[in-house]
Design a protein around this ligand. Structure first.
Ligand SMILES: [Zn+2]
Length: 246
């Protein structure tokens, strides 16, 4: 787990330590089967950005875990709240009367051929564009020294998701230099996992729910391939938290 964002790896290290989508999906299947999580007794909660670039990841996860309950907004923030998670909880297939979620929280980042984070070549575009656009916009806001977390939301009702991203992830940024885009992406991951865990706790009341939390980031590489990196994984069963080797 990378706690301090100033120590977050460079883009080249993220690429070096990454794995392909289908190998990652196989790993989730294998490592969760050992702790009793199977597609027939789990509901997948997929938390990714709205960007269409995330479709291959979503498709691969659905191939392994079945049709997911989608909880992601811009920057992979989770706005589904307690009500959303209560709905998801009522959809868990109850093969053995235990309720299980597989949480897959993956913000994303483009890394171009020169190793520059945030750049991606999209289909039908001659020039590189930004990924994640919402996190890059947040970084611009932080560089401009815009409104700090806690200030009135500048977008009013018209920009709720970006405002939440600024408030939630901006609120995790330590004083000092503005973090790199890779570091902000990891902060978004952390915020998303914390939010989902809180909403599950609120939604479940006194009912036990087993939860596998798997998070990291999806890299969009210059060759058009997507890979997964920086994975953190743990399983919460009853009151025990078991880290999964990654
Ligand atoms: Zn995005």
């Amino acid at each position: 787990m990378h706690a301090a964002h100033d120590s977050w790896p460079e883009p080249a290290e993220l690429v070096r330590d990454s794995i392909g989508l289908s190998d990652f999906a196989s790993w989730t299947d294998w490592s969760l089967a050992r702790v009793g999580f199977r597609p027939s007794n789990c509901l997948a909660l997929v938390d990714v950005c709205r960007d269409e670039l995330m479709w291959p990841f979503e498709e691969e996860m659905a191939r392994t875990w079945g049709r997911p309950f989608s909880v992601g907004a811009l920057g992979a923030m989770v706005l589904a709240g307690r009500t959303g998670l209560a709905a998801a909880l009522s959809h868990v297939p109850g093969e053995d009367r235990r309720q299980r979620f597989v949480v897959l929280a993956f913000p994303h980042i483009g890394i171009d051929a020169d190793g520059v984070a945030g750049r991606v070549q999209r289909r039908g575009h001659t020039r590189a564009s930004t990924a994640c656009g919402a996190l890059a916009a947040l970084r611009e806001q932080l560089l401009e020294g815009g409104p700090r977390p806690g200030a009135p939301r500048p977008g009013g009702p018209d920009d709720i998701e970006q405002d939440y991203l600024r408030e939630r992830v901006g609120g995790l940024v330590a004083p000092g230099p503005v973090p790199s885009l890779t570091a902000l992406t990891d902060l978004a991951r952390r915020a998303a996992v914390e939010d989902i865990a809180r909403y599950i706790d609120l939604a479940r009341g006194s009912e036990p729910v087993d939860v596998a939390y798997i998070s990291g980031m999806v890299l969009h590489l210059a060759d058009g391939q997507d890979r997964v990196s920086g994975v953190t994984a743990e399983v919460c069963i009853d009151d025990d938290t078991i880290p999964l080797p990654t």
